[in-house]
Design a protein around this ligand. Structure first.
Ligand SMILES: [Zn+2]
Length: 453
């Protein structure tokens, strides 16, 4: 994929996703992915994409990271039964933030299927950029849900990439710390995680201090940039570019996975930053200049009319397609009426609480950590343990029995680098390729989506 030719861009979407509902008043609304898809279709972007309907992730796919008992529970629990199973609900951190709703397991299988299949497409060198806006559930842990995330499709996609790629870079521009992904790969130097996030006070999840740099073989392979409220485009660019540039030079990943959470843009219902959609998208455009395959996954984003704007715009940028600022008229146009049907929306006048001096200090800390790495390593990497960080900061009391430790190194199929054909012998392993002249437009719309504009 060079500047001279068009990247091959794959796009995973299932029309059922928008029908799932986490409950009245819950900020996570899968409907936002349907809104995004409608914009992608209405702007004609689908003509330039390979549109796939993901094959649902299997139980075996999910237990490559998640524990059997957690997956078993998630598969069989119903909203009614949840009221009777309070102990188990608490054990798996289900309930308030992560409620049980109708179709929960199928919802997880669908968004996760897209991320894993997207990774497989990159492994096969069939795609330069893969988009799965329904994915990016970066908070889920091996044995518990967290922060609206049940299955960590990012960890599962990275595990898939590690079958082929010696080093995977994970970048998280969601406003929240990418704690589930960091924890999964805290001890390995084969995955570098780099998260930019709001930190301090009671802001969720509370992890991601700049001093948390990984440990054992993974020392200095987990990077965290904690930030204050009001981040704007200029401040974000001033830290993102130099850190990423040095990461690319010193870690030299052969693939980059991004959590593109849109709760970092201005006006988010949960977030407290002030990025424009262009500023958010500029991060992805910058990553694209390195000509390394990109797996772009959704993440958070709670003012859903702006989430769809953001991810549609980013789809257009990945395709090098200019699109007009006026959103084409379509059945969900009402969402965009409040801003005169424009794609780009003004930011607020909130103060940026990040001082240049503080940003410089943290940036210097991360650049120093990167300097300590072997420059562009080309020797055999120590694989370390791709395992969960046990009991970080005493957060996971009562879950420290070693037999429960996730140890993929004992499972040879995940650590051997094998010929592609051993893994991808099914022609339809990635799901159904939908012809781009037949966009996935037959939606099962719910009769009434009571969205608050
Ligand atoms: Zn978030």
């Amino acid at each position: 994929m060079g500047d001279t030719h068009q990247p091959r861009v794959d796009y995973f979407y299932d029309a059922s996703l928008g029908n799932y509902h986490l409950g009245e008043g819950h900020p996570m609304r899968p409907h936002r992915v349907r809104l995004t898809h409608h914009l992608v279709v209405e702007y004609g972007l689908y003509k330039h994409l390979n549109v796939f309907r993901p094959k649902p992730a299997s139980r075996a796919d999910l237990t490559a990271f998640h524990s059997d008992d957690y997956m078993h529970f998630l598969n069989q629990i119903t909203p009614d039964a949840a009221k009777e199973e309070l102990d188990q609900m608490e054990r798996f951190n289900l309930g308030a933030d992560c409620p049980i709703f109708d179709g929960l397991y199928e919802y997880c299988q669908t968004y996760t299927g897209g991320s894993i299949a997207g990774a497989a497409r990159i492994n096969q060198q069939s795609s330069d950029i893969v988009l799965n806006w329904a994915g990016g559930m970066h908070h889920a842990k091996r044995g518990e849900a967290s922060g609206f995330c049940y299955i960590n499709d990012i960890v599962l996609a990275i595990l898939e990439l590690l079958k082929v790629h010696p080093r995977v870079l994970y970048i998280d521009i969601d406003i929240h710390h990418g704690d589930g992904v960091e924890e999964a790969f805290y001890l390995t130097n084969r995955v570098m995680t780099l998260s930019f996030h709001q930190w301090g006070g009671n802001f969720f999840p509370g992890t991601g201090h700049a001093d948390d740099l990984g440990s054992k073989s993974g020392k200095n392979y987990s990077l965290n940039f904690p930030l204050r409220a009001g981040m704007n485009d200029a401040a974000y660019e001033s830290i993102f570019k130099p850190v990423v540039e040095k990461v690319m030079a010193h870690f030299a990943p052969s693939v980059v996975v991004v959590c593109c959470g849109a709760d970092s843009i201005s006006g988010d219902r949960v977030g407290c930053w002030n990025l424009t959609i262009r500023g958010h998208g500029a991060c992805l455009e910058y990553l694209k200049t390195f000509n390394v395959p990109l797996l772009l996954l959704g993440g958070g984003g709670y003012t859903i009319r702006n989430v769809s704007r953001c991810w549609c715009y980013e789809t257009s940028r990945m395709l090098n397609q200019g699109i007009p600022d006026t959103i084409p008229g379509h059945e969900f146009s009402d969402y965009y009426a409040g801003n005169d049907y424009k794609l780009h929306v003004p930011i607020s006048n909130m103060e940026n609480e990040n001082s240049p001096a503080e940003l410089e200090k943290i940036k210097a800390k991360l650049l120093t950590a990167l300097s300590s790495l072997e420059h562009a390593p080309n020797v055999q990497m120590q694989t370390g343990n791709l395992g969960t960080r046990r009991n970080p900061a005493g957060l996971f009391d009562g879950d420290s029995d070693d037999e429960d430790e996730w140890e993929p190194n004992t499972r040879p199929h995940r650590t051997q680098r094998c010929h592609l054909a051993e893994y991808y012998d099914e022609p339809d392993a990635q799901g159904d390729l939908l012809g781009t002249d037949r966009p996935n437009r037959e939606f099962d719309e719910p009769p009434s989506d009571e969205e608050h504009l």
